[in-house]
Design a protein around this ligand. Structure first.
Ligand code: ATP
Length: 273
């Protein structure tokens, strides 16, 4: 697993201001920030804070970004792991990794555990029965995850966040109360959100005008784009301007980059169908 500890002073960390749009999702996770900052207040009042939340939605829309922002804003360590890292692990290695992750989290509490692409390890167990060793192995990993989640006493102030874009294939045991019983939707950005994401990413680019000069039109040109696609457009435009030896990134560069990305997505869809 990877560890980002804000107390070690490494990097500047992702803040809520780095996450554009997602107003409701931000509000929902604020509760965790407050709890991680002042766990003793909650404890003294006898309040039971939810242990974890599942961030649901398509790729590239800010799930990881938001989870990291919770850690930075609360000033607590962020321990993360990708569900796919458990795949193809044999000899109980997956379960051992889960154990290690939780052990470290207990040591560093208050902190956040983030499991990206939890569906890779959290698939429904019943459908996998009888498929030989590999599924037995991933079942063991999932069981260990459930055991660890249950074993995490509320006094330990560890918040568990996980992301998936396939909630339908998750084992129901993961969604029971006391586990990932809160669901936060992180959907594709709407027109206004795309405008805000463009403004954020255009800030780090050398433009002729203010980001607001370009953002509205770009938002109109990009329905269906994720935040990651938008970040990509901004970077592609800057690369294009550099290749053309320009001093500034222009509207033409940006629109060229949008066209390229739309073309690329169409080709990808075509190849997959
Ligand atoms: P995946 O499921 O593929 O891991 P994700 O939802 O976790 O996707 P992120 O890793 O959070 O997506 O986002 C990828 C990148 O896209 C971010 O690093 C950021 O540059 C950009 N991005 C996505 N959503 C937003 C947003 N709401 N505001 C600003 N930038 C965004």
């Amino acid at each position: 697993f990877t560890l980002v500890d804000p107390l070690s002073g490494q990097g500047k960390g992702v803040h809520f201001s780095d996450v554009a749009g997602l107003r409701e999702a931000k509000q929902e996770v604020m509760e965790f920030v407050d709890y991680l900052k002042r766990p003793e207040i909650y404890k003294s009042l006898g309040a039971k804070v939810p242990k974890g939340a599942l961030l649901l939605g398509p790729p590239g829309c800010g799930k990881t970004l938001l989870a990291k922002a919770v850690a930075t804003e609360a000033n607590v360590p962020f321990l993360s792991m990708n569900g796919s890292e458990f795949i193809e692990m044999i000899g109980g290695l997956g379960a051992a990794r889960v154990r290690d992750l939780f052990k470290e989290a207990r040591k560093r509490a208050p902190c956040i555990i983030y499991i990206d692409e939890i569906d890779a390890v959290g698939r429904k167990r019943s459908g996998q029965l009888g498929q030989g060793g590999a599924s037995g192995e991933s079942e063991q990993t999932l069981n260990q995850l459930l055991v660890e989640m249950d074993g995490m006493a509320s006094k330990e102030s560890v918040v568990m966040l996980a992301s998936t874009n396939r909630a339908d294939i998750l084992d129901r045991a993961l969604l029971r109360p006391g586990r990932f019983d809160r669901h936060i939707l992180i959907d594709l950005p709407d027109l206004e959100e795309r405008k805000q994401i463009f403004e954020l990413h255009l800030k780090s680019i050398a433009l002729e005008n203010e980001p607001e000069f370009y953002s509205k039109r770009l938002a109109h040109l990009t329905p269906g784009f994720s935040g990651a696609d938008i970040a990509n457009v901004c970077n592609e435009a800057a690369l294009h301007a550099a290749r053309e030896k320009q001093k500034h990134v222009t509207r033409d560069n940006l629109e060229y980059a949008v066209e390229r990305l739309v073309g690329g997505t169409e080709k990808r869809n075509h190849a997959m169908s």
